[in-house]
Design a protein around this ligand. Structure first.
Ligand code: HEC
Length: 144
């Protein structure tokens, strides 16, 4: 319990830092960096669902990430977005999923970084950080 509270505190601090990082142009934009390297192939550079992989996966129109706020009464559905990206906790009632599950890969990566002392943070907190960085970037891609 105490440990998970610490993990959330770290994630919260990281999230704050990330938002500040996005504002200061000289700092790296982690969400954009991760998006460009792992998501743009399917979702397109600007999130319009027009990446080069589209057509190879059954997108059912679900790959457009710019309309998420619009479809949710103008509010960016951050929890749903983070859970969809993570994918580990979703119940399989929605049928087959073409969107990869990222939480597992991110956890493996975070555990490796922790084991090699590259990162001092709790692995699960690092997963949360990465996913929220992505969600924050996707929030910036929303159609007005
Ligand atoms: C192999 C192609 C592919 C890649 C790579 C991919 N996605 Fe997806 N994504 C999809 C598809 C297809 C959907 C539509 C839902 C479905 O069919 O599973 C989707 C759905 C989503 C949704 C939910 C959209 C909604 O309408 O609720 C989010 C958020 C999302 N992806 C984010 C990401 C992020 C962030 C990454 C990179 C870390 C990523 N995706 C990488 C194919 C991909």
């Amino acid at each position: 319990m105490k440990q998970s509270r610490i993990a959330w505190a770290i994630a919260g601090a990281a999230l704050l830092g990330m938002t500040t990082a996005a504002i200061a142009a000289d700092k790296p934009d982690w969400g954009k960096r991760e998006y460009d390297s792992n998501c743009a192939v399917c979702h397109g550079k600007l999130g319009k669902g027009d990446g080069p992989y589209v057509g190879m996966v059954d997108t059912k129109g679900g790959a457009d990430l710019t309309q998420l706020a619009k479809k949710n009464g103008g509010v960016f559905p951050i929890y749903k977005v983070t859970q969809t990206i993570d994918g580990r906790h979703l119940v399989k009632v929605h049928g087959p999923r073409d969107m990869p599950i990222w939480g597992t890969d991110y956890l493996i990566d975070a555990r490796e970084k922790q084991a090699s002392a590259e990162s001092p943070f709790d692995a699960e907190a690092m997963v949360t950080y990465k996913i929220y960085a992505l969600a924050e970037y996707i929030a910036r891609l929303q159609a007005k």
